[in-house]
Design a protein around this ligand. Structure first.
Ligand SMILES: [Zn+2]
Length: 257
């Protein structure tokens, strides 16, 4: 079932959207009339689905690249990437169209599967900055440029409609700017896979680490080269947690339109 922003508002009532779906931090009412993106921490659905998101894109894990490469095998998983432009482009502008830069983009493309809409990447900023330091119009121009570039045919083909601020740091200006830049959803998360102490562990800052319908899990691409297994291990933790909760992985774009 798709969740339209209009339906989300009409169905739950603006002030009780969070309570209606089980937690106060789940969502914040959007106001299309005033052009503010909808902020969500989990997808408001009762369906037995959860969502794996992969952030950043500075480097990729060769083990996971191979596993996710649907052109080469039948493994893969339903994931949604939130990519930072200067990470995905290896720090280059415009997007690299040859050499190691293109190789990196092609590795990131292995994480795209499904229909064109399902393959759409999310935007994780032009740079990995705390955009709360910028005013609304500077945030907007930055998000706009990032979405245009990420959606370019030299990168990921479809312009992002979902925005995740770096480190999840946002303010009111972020919500206004994301909406104005063509991204009506600002997506945080309920869980992440913590790699700080070695073995990846499912973590939830809001309570016990048990997934529920609509949970959104963050895992990460490596921040340095040669980290084979880094993302694969996190992905396995996320898939195991989804399975243990009797849920199935799903694409965010099937639910957030
Ligand atoms: Zn990030």
């Amino acid at each position: 079932m798709k969740v339209s922003r209009r339906g989300l508002l009409a169905g739950t009532g603006a002030t009780v959207a969070g309570a209606a779906i089980g937690a106060t931090l789940d969502s914040q009412p959007a106001d299309a009339a005033t052009g503010i993106a909808t902020l969500i921490h989990r997808v408001p659905t009762d369906e037995a689905v959860a969502f794996i998101t992969i952030d950043d894109g500075y480097f990729t894990d060769a083990v996971c690249d191979a596993w996710m490469d649907v052109a080469a095998n039948a493994n893969s998983a339903k994931v949604t990437q939130f990519l930072t432009y200067y990470a995905a482009s290896s720090g280059q502008y415009p997007p690299p169209t040859s050499g190691a830069g293109l190789d990196h983009i092609e590795n990131l493309r292995k994480y795209q599967s499904g229909t064109a809409d399902q393959q759409r990447v999310g935007c994780h900023g032009k740079e990995h900055l705390d955009y709360r330091t910028e005013d609304e119009s500077d945030q907007q121009s930055s998000y706009n440029v990032a979405a245009n570039l990420l959606g370019d045919n030299d990168m990921f083909f479809w312009r992002p409609r979902l925005f995740r601020p770096p480190n999840g740091q946002y303010n009111h200006g972020t919500l206004v700017a994301a909406y104005a830049a063509g991204m009506p959803w600002v997506v945080r998360w309920t869980h992440w896979v913590n790699t700080a102490s070695g073995a990846p562990v499912l973590t939830n800052e809001y309570g016990t680490p048990v997934l529920q319908p609509g949970s959104i899990v963050v895992i990460h691409h490596p921040s340095g080269p040669g980290q084979d297994g880094f993302t694969m291990n996190q992905l396995q933790v996320a898939l195991n947690a989804i399975s243990a909760a009797n849920l199935e992985p799903a694409y965010l774009h099937d639910y957030l339109t």
